[in-house]
Design a protein around this ligand. Structure first.
Ligand code: S3P
Length: 169
């Protein structure tokens, strides 16, 4: 039986907030991939992007995913672009059910604006356009990886947690 739950989806779809709450409810460990990457690199995610570039970030993400995939009884909040490297999903899938959280571009924009400066990929003149373009490109990656999907646009964290628990039981 797979005993990890991996949350995938675009930035601002609630992976971290819902993941944390879900882990508390199910008495599971919570793992935030971006925090581990920052820890490993000794700098923040925006600093990794600025100083080393996205390709370096993706390489660290692959290394951290390899380690995290071996954990047990954990809820894993994945970075939004983790699905772009198929090896990450192949590794996670060995012991995780994969839940895909979605939201509309407008809702995503609103949520990420509340945490300004944290998302280097959206630090552009027209973030809504970038969100739309990235979503269009990534949608097939998320859909291919997902065991189940939840649209979080109109849900608060508690409702997202409830839906995840219903879908995976
Ligand atoms: C990224 C999403 C971020 C973080 C990095 C790249 C992406 O994670 O990994 O900024 O490519 O979508 P969150 O989805 O947790 O914000």
């Amino acid at each position: 039986m797979k005993d990890n739950i991996a949350l995938i989806g675009f930035m601002g779809t609630g992976k971290t907030a819902a993941g944390q709450a879900l882990a508390g409810k199910l008495d599971m460990r919570f793992i935030e991939m971006d925090s581990l990457i920052a820890q490993k690199a000794g700098k923040s995610i925006p600093e990794i992007f600025q100083q080393d570039g996205e390709i370096s970030f993706r390489q660290i993400e692959i290394n951290v995913t390899r380690e995290v995939a071996r954990e047990r009884n954990s809820v894993i909040a994945c970075g939004g672009g983790l699905v772009l490297n198929k090896i990450n999903i192949d590794r996670l899938r060995e012991n995780a059910r994969i839940v895909y959280l979605t939201a509309s571009p407008g809702v995503i924009l609103k949520r990420v604006l509340n945490e300004e400066g944290q998302r280097p990929l959206l630090a552009v003149d027209d973030p809504l356009l970038t969100i739309r373009e990235l979503l269009k490109y990534r949608k097939p990656f998320y859909e291919r990886a997902a065991d189940t999907t939840i649209n979080t646009s109109r849900l608060d964290i508690d409702a997202v947690v409830k839906q995840i628990m219903e879908k995976i039981k």
